[in-house]
Ligand binder design. Structure first.
Ligand code: HEC
Length: 160
């Protein structure tokens, strides 16, 4: 089903709206899932898996490469030369798993604004303080808890 979205706002808000179309409903209130409101930040990390389980790096790679979901490539480079038009607004993600630990990467994907309130990077697992969210998407994070864990597993695997 196609749902029309008017992208009149910032690039970040467009990313959020566009990705919510395909991300599906996230696990608020599901047993075993850490909801956006229950996130515990320790220093610059989220130490605990949002699902209680390790993510799947193969699924995470697909999410990162999918321009309709996270749209990470509009801002970042990844070690996938076949993907043309990779952005440079954010840091190059090649080798990110060597620079940052899993728990650090989790916080950055969940909500970079906890570290830098002025960041361009949209929060992928936050539901409050979002601007211009269409009513049908209120209360939904862009990525589900398991999608976040899959993305984290892929980024952790990027050691060089
Ligand atoms: C609109 C641009 C944009 C999009 C889209 C975006 N990011 Fe970012 N990202 C940034 C910027 C800018 C930073 C630098 C940190 C800051 O702004 O404080 C960053 C930082 C990061 C970092 C920390 C890297 C480091 O070396 O410190 C990770 C990891 C990351 N992004 C992953 C992702 C993933 C995964 C996606 C897609 C699901 C994504 N980003 C989508 C702009 C973006």
């Amino acid at each position: 089903m196609r749902i029309p979205v008017v992208c009149a706002g910032s690039i970040a808000v467009c990313c959020v709206l566009a990705s919510q179309l395909s991300a599906g409903r996230a696990g608020e209130g599901q047993p075993g899932i850490v909801a956006p409101s229950e996130i515990v930040v320790v220093g610059d990390t989220i130490p605990v898996s949002l699902t209680g389980l390790p993510g799947d790096a193969v699924r995470g790679r697909a999410i990162v490469l999918d321009r309709a979901v996270g749209n990470c490539l509009i801002c970042h480079q990844v070690p996938v030369p076949a993907e043309t038009f990779q952005g440079n607004i954010g840091p190059d993600l090649r080798g990110v798993g060597g620079r940052l630990g899993e728990a650090q990467i989790r916080l950055r994907v969940v909500d970079q604004s906890r570290l830098n309130p002025a960041t361009m990077m949209p929060p992928f697992y936050r539901v409050d303080d979002l601007t211009r969210v269409a009513a049908r998407f209120k209360g939904l994070p862009v990525l589900s808890a398991s999608a976040i864990e899959d993305v984290v597993a892929y980024l952790v695997s990027l050691k060089q």
